[in-house]
Design a binder for this molecule. Sequence first.
Ligand SMILES: [Zn+2]
Length: 141
Amino acid sequence: MTGFTTTAAASGNQAAVRCYYAGDPVLRPHCALTAEIRAGRVALCGSCAAARSTLGKGTITAPLPPGPALDVLDWIAEADAAARQARRDLAAAVTRARSRGCTWTQIAGRLGITRQAAWQRFGQDPPPAAARSPRTERTPS
Ligand SMILES: [Zn+2]
């Protein structure tokens, strides 16, 4: 684990190294997105390296090997894929919680939403196993 965030280039096998502040356009609007140096475990572009605090400037830096520039459209595709996976994980976690007897109130509490909102978002519980399988008739003995 390098601690660096990389975005795979559309072609080729080398990945762009994303600046630590690339994901914060409000705080760092002039970020160049592609990291050029590392400062400890953090990768920074030239603009963000220049904007480091006095404390940050005390960290020893090292240049990163030259690589491809970050492709923002590739970043969008990767972020979208990650968001889709996160939604699948959340739905699976809720389904597992329900199957283990957790209440909608408990689930809603973890999500910071109301019980009603949790049910409306995830409430298509599968029917109980007994209702799904054909009913077996028992002959009284
Ligand atoms: Zn930056």
